[in-house]
Every structure is written in C-alpha cells, then in structure tokens.
Design a binder for this molecule. Structure first.
Ligand code: 16C
Length: 257
C-alpha cells in the first residue's frame, strides 16, 4: 500500500504541479468552484431573475443591477443543444483557435500567458459601441471537468470560467481602450438518450445542457440605455451563434466524451 501511494505521488503531471504553484491558482480554484455553484442554482424563486429572451430551448434571464452608477446586470442563460457533448462545447469556448469563428464582438485576441494547457490568460479588444470608448478585457480562462455524483442520468460536468485579472505588461486604460471587468462561466453536461453502449452512440442520441452566466462591469462611462439595448441584442446572438458554430464544427467528427 505504501508503494502504491508513492507511485501515485510521482506520477503527477508536471504541468499540474506547476499550475498549482502559480500565484493566480488559489483565485482560479476559488472563483471556478464559486461560479459552478452559482450556475447550478435555479433561476426561479427569490433570485429575482427576469426572463428577457426566449428562442426554442434557449432562455435568458437578467437582474438589473448597478455598481457606482454603471450597469452591471448579471445574466444567466440556459440552452439545450443536440448532437454535441459538453466536453466538445467547452473545448470550443476555451480554445483560442476557434474564438474568431463565433465571438462576433471581437476585434483582436492575444494569449498573453499559458499557465497550463487548461488555463490561459487572454487580452481581447472588442468592437466599439458608439458613443462609448472601445473596450478591452484581460482575463484568465480555466477549463475543467467535475465529477457529478448527484445526477445518475448525466455525465460529468465541464466548466469554463473566465475572470478578469491584471498583468504588469498590459495595464488597464493605458491606450484608447477602457478595460471591462468580467466574470463568466459556461457549464455543460451531456445526456445520452436512449442509454447505449458507448461505442454505439450516435450524434443524434446526445444532448448537451448548457448554462452560461456573465457579469460584465463596463469599467467606465457608457449610457445605461445603450448598454441594456446592447445586452438584449448581443447575448442571444452570441449564444445562438456559438452553439450553431459548435454543431457545425463537430458534425462530421468522432464524438469526444
Ligand atoms: O463570454 C463570451 N465570450 C468570452 C470569450 O470572448 C469572454 C468574453 C467576454 C467579453 C465581455 C464583453 C466585453 C465588452 C464587449 C463590448 C461590446 C461590443 C458589442 C459590439 C456590438 C456591435 O467571456 C461571450 C460574450 C458575449 C458578449 C455579449 C455582449 C456583452 C455586452 C457587454 C457590454 C459591456 C460594456 C460595453 C461598454 C461600452
């Protein structure tokens, strides 16, 4: 038994060892697990969520909130997508190579640090909304799977958590952009119906349940009415475009569970 323990401790992936020593790691761990908990809470009841967009299986809720006079309305969305797994959807949301294919508000994206294969730091500039200044965002993005013992019908969960950070080489508000501050998470779970031997599962048997939560602080002045109008238009557009992109990307490829 002692020997067994020893072999476990020496087989730890060196990347995992180094990521857990990174100065951001305690924050990444904490925010990711908080966001997972928050995403799994129901939108009914005392949360005060109001439905603002609905299309097929997609539902989008928001709460009107302000911080220091700026609109920071939290958003929560649920969607059901057929033919893709949670792992595939999360992989597309996380991976830099797909971003330009679905992120319609993007002007530019750079990976400024690779903390691990599942943890990157992104600098993005977004399209300008007249009459406000252009915005940029600097955030870490973390991907992980979480075992899901409470739900015998579903598979493990996959989560991507994005959260604003700082970097000495990319100070906020130094150029023409105003920096936004964001906390975003995408949580996905795969269901197979009817249940089958894994090697016989086809894309039409799989369904992915998606929860997307977002809070974006605009970081500086932007008219509330313009912001809320942009929210109302851009979030449904994002979730439809993103999920259609996932279906297109995956359709002729082997299923990745
Ligand atoms: O979660 C999403 N994308 C991820 C990967 O890119 C990541 C990024 C979040 C970006 C958050 C918004 C940054 C400011 C956008 C400026 C809006 C441009 C609109 C242009 C319209 C012509 O987590 C998907 C994100 C979907 C974003 C929907 C739009 C959100 C509007 C938020 C408004 C923020 C303040 C803008 C102040 C002028």
């Amino acid at each position: 038994d002692r020997l067994k323990k020893k072999s476990v401790s020496i087989s730890i992936d060196p990347v995992v060892t180094s990521v857990s020593k990174h100065k951001l790691w305690p924050e990444i761990e904490r925010v990711t697990m908080e966001q997972l908990h928050y995403a799994r809470l129901d939108v009914g009841g005392a949360g005060g969520w109001q439905l603002f967009a609905e299309d097929g299986d997609m539902r989008m809720y928001r709460r009107e909130e302000e911080a220091d006079g700026l609109v920071v309305d939290p958003l929560k969305a649920c969607h059901v997508v057929k033919g893709v797994t949670g792992r595939e959807v999360c992989n597309i949301f996380f991976s830099p190579e797909y971003r330009a294919g679905w992120e319609a508000t993007l002007d530019d994206m750079t990976v400024v640090e690779t903390i691990s294969s599942d943890t990157l730091v992104f600098l993005q500039t977004h399209k300008r909304i007249w009459p406000a200044s252009q915005r940029d965002a600097l955030f870490w993005s973390h991907r992980r799977s979480v075992s899901n013992t409470d739900d015998p019908d579903g598979s493990d969960l996959w989560i991507i958590c994005n959260h604003s950070t700082e970097h000495p080489d990319y100070p906020a508000n130094a150029g023409k952009c105003v920096r936004v501050y964001l906390t975003v998470c995408l949580v996905c779970q795969t269901f197979v119906d009817p249940p089958k031997d894994p090697k016989n599962i086809r894309r039409e048997d799989i369904t992915c349940k998606i929860t997307y939560c977002s809070v974006v602080n605009p970081g500086g002045w932007a008219p509330a009415s313009v912001l809320r109008a942009v929210y109302k238009r851009e979030y449904p557009k994002f979730l439809k475009r993103f999920t259609n992109f996932c279906i297109e990307q995956c359709k002729d490829k082997p299923i990745v569970f």
